[in-house]
Design a protein around this ligand. Structure first.
Ligand SMILES: NC(=O)c1ccc[n+]([C@@H]2O[C@H](COP(=O)([O-])OP(=O)(O)OC[C@H]3O[C@@H](n4cnc5c(N)ncnc54)[C@H](O)[C@@H]3O)[C@@H](O)[C@H]2O)c1
Ligand SMILES: [Zn+2]
Length: 359
């Protein structure tokens, strides 16, 4: 098992990564010290892992809440359902919420923990690759507004993250590949060696070799933990994690959530960010090709020919990550070196968007 620490002073916490963690009574019971726990999960994950977790937690006073599956459930009414259970079952301030599931469950549960009695403990048990390499780390929690994704939320760090890599094996393959987009992103923004490793070892990742899976989760968590420790509230370096996301979010809202999975939209966005970086003279053509090739080998899309590039550009300008001084996006100076650029040349972006919609 690997352990990584997210260093945030008195809010620091460990991330445990490895096989069979959910069955490890010593580890889980040491990690979750509260006597009263509420496990929040959904109707896809519950049949797979809930009984196991309840057994591991045996001695505790525990309740479980099984929500319907899906991004469409990441709403204020669902948050209310979690809070209702906490109130009705008389949960105290020293209780702990446990998020058992992917990013949707993690975001809702973390936000409920941030709100209940102005903040109680919570633990993340991420069961998707995307949640293990990204959403469970860093303390961003929240729900969607009917008109805007992730618009209501809070920063609330978990007490620990338990990433059981075995759970990745039950994921639908498309969800698995979608998580790989965020893994590749981590290499691209900060770690050339990791990008090279992915190029050389992708086959072991795709066949879900346990050592390879543990390695990509560990490296991703190290990179994200490092960024979060430097910039918890996203006022600087943390923005690098948005590589591919300005394009990606615009694509998700243009297509309606659900057509592309998040990681697929991000993969297309990474390719567009790489092309924009090349057009701006920052990245050479050979490196762009390497990025395209790795994304494609990971079974990820790199273009969406069925989009209106003008519409996409308009939506990019609405991205909530923009600052008041204009469009802000992450580009690449090199493989392993992302940079945040404010007001990049709009003509070049439009040219890249038009080229991709014709390809
Ligand atoms: N908080 C953050 O920093 C952050 C970062 C990135 C993404 N997010 C959020 O995360 C969400 C996306 O997360 P996601 O990709 O994990 O989606 P998800 O939670 O919807 O999970 C994807 C699907 O896989 C199922 N599933 C989960 N674990 C499984 C398992 N082990 N075996 C089989 N099926 C399983 C889920 O029920 C769901 O149907 C979005 O809402 C996004 O906004 C948050
Ligand atoms: Zn993302």
């Amino acid at each position: 098992m690997d352990t990584i620490r997210v260093s945030l002073g008195d809010r620091s916490y460990p991330i445990y990564i490895g096989s069979k963690i959910m069955q490890d009574q010593d580890l889980v019971q040491n990690a979750i010290t509260a006597k009263q726990v509420l496990i929040v999960t959904n109707n896809v994950v519950a049949p797979l892992y809930l009984r196991q977790l309840e057994t591991t937690l045996s001695a505790k006073q525990q309740h479980s809440l099984i929500l319907p599956d899906g991004e469409s459930e990441k709403t204020l009414p669902t948050l209310s359902r979690v809070l209702d259970v906490l109130v009705q079952k008389k949960f105290h301030r020293d209780a702990c919420l446990i998020a058992l599931g992917g990013g949707v469950i993690g975001d809702i549960t973390g936000f409920a923990a941030a709100c209940y009695q102005r903040g109680v403990e919570f633990v993340q048990i991420p069961t998707t690759l995307l949640a293990q390499v990204d959403s469970s780390v860093g303390g961003k929690t929240g729900v969607n507004h009917p008109e805007a994704k992730n618009m209501i939320g809070a920063f609330h760090q978990p007490n620990c993250v338990l990433a059981d890599t075995d759970s990745i094996r039950t994921l639908p393959k498309r969800q698995f590949y979608s998580g790989l987009a965020e893994v590749i992103k981590h290499g691209l923004i900060l770690d050339r060696e990791f990008f090279d490793w992915l190029e050389d070892n992708l086959i072991n990742v795709l066949t879900q070799d346990m050592n390879a899976l543990t390695y990509i989760v560990r490296k991703s968590c190290e990179i994200k933990a490092d960024i979060v420790a430097k910039d918890e509230l996203e006022q600087g370096a943390r923005a690098l994690l948005n590589l591919g996301h300005t394009f990606g979010h615009a694509l998700e809202s243009l297509k309606g959530y659900g057509e592309w999975l998040h990681g697929e939209a991000v993969a297309i966005g990474i390719n567009l960010a790489a092309e924009t970086s090349r057009e701006l003279g920052m990245l050479d053509a050979e490196d762009c090709k390497k990025i395209r090739s790795l994304l494609t080998q990971a079974n990820l899309p790199i273009v969406d020919p069925n989009i209106d590039s003008n519409e996409l550009f308009k939506l990019m300008k609405l991205d909530k990550k923009n600052s008041s001084s204009g469009l802000r996006m992450v580009l690449l100076k090199n493989l392993g070196k992302g940079v945040v650029i404010t007001n990049p040349n709009e003509k070049i972006i439009k040219k890249v968007l038009q080229a991709q919609s014709k390809s």
